[in-house]
Design a protein. Structure first.
Length: 266
């Protein structure tokens, strides 16, 4: 009976995958073998693009006054139709809030550490730099965080980051320097990452999945562990259930949510 239920579940997954097209999923239109039919209404008419009749309208909440950086009121000196005098019509007004970006201001600090000569030791000494200057080097904390965000969260390439910094931020940083900066970010995240690793076996519930990819031709798998308050990724050369044993231990007592593919391996 269990084998039959497993087979039915597998067939349902295959059927759902086969039914996906460029309208019902993120697949490109070029992948459609047969041109899919547009969604239809109950009466058989083709559904129009956009919001449907009866759909509640959504309005963006205005920015609060403390966030507005510039207020300007446009007034009338006379009637635009007849030129006669006009007076304010109560509190009726049209308000348009427009948000825009300005070129990010660059702060460039120059830190100098003069050399001092000690006649007794017969050698030169330089005053120590502040810790954040010594560790950061060319790039400060905020710009480092921006570069890390673009690489990590936005999955931007080094060329894209280089172009963005040059054209938008107004600073040119070589790809080699970008790699060094990201290496510093990775080193800074090692401690909190290790702390989260220790939390995983103690979670009451975890959802786990993996996806394969290649790195310089070698096959790797990125494992995703989703807890209630955080998501942690683990890159491994193996896809077997042994990775779960290694990461969570054999005494994991929580609820484990796994895809069908992993259930088959376990």
């Amino acid at each position: 009976m269990d084998a039959l239920q497993t087979e039915v579940a597998s067939l349902r997954d295959l059927l759902a995958t086969a039914r996906k097209n460029s309208i019902t999923s993120s697949k490109p239109p070029s992948s459609d073998i047969v041109k899919p039919k547009l969604a239809q209404n109950a009466d058989g008419t083709t559904r129009s693009i956009g919001g449907q009749p009866g759909h509640p309208m959504h309005h963006r909440e205005p920015f609060p006054a403390e966030q507005v950086t510039h207020f300007e009121e446009h007034t009338l000196d006379g009637c635009p139709c007849c030129g006669g005098p006009v007076h304010r019509n109560g509190h009726l007004a049209r308000v348009v809030q427009q948000v825009d970006v300005t070129k990010p201001p660059l702060t460039i600090e120059q830190h100098t550490s003069p050399e001092y000569w000690c006649a007794q030791c017969r050698r030169g000494f330089k005053a120590p730099m502040p810790a954040h200057i010594e560790k950061g080097g060319l790039v400060g904390l905020e710009l480092t965080a921006l570069i890390a965000f673009m690489k990590g969260a936005c999955h931007a390439s080094f060329s894209t980051i280089w172009t963005f910094l040059r054209d938008v931020v107004g600073v040119t940083i070589s790809r080699g320097a970008l790699s060094t900066i990201l290496g510093k970010v990775g080193a800074a995240l090692e401690k909190p990452y290790a702390e989260l690793l220790l939390l995983r076996p103690k979670e009451d519930a975890l959802n786990v999945d993996e996806t394969g990819h290649k790195d310089n031709g070698a096959r790797w798998w990125t494992w995703c562990f989703r807890a209630e308050l955080y998501t942690l990724y683990h890159v491994d050369a193996h896809r077997s259930a042994g990775v779960l044993m290694e990461v969570l231990g054999k005494e994991f007592k929580g609820v484990l949510g796994l895809p069908l593919s992993l259930l088959k391996m376990s």
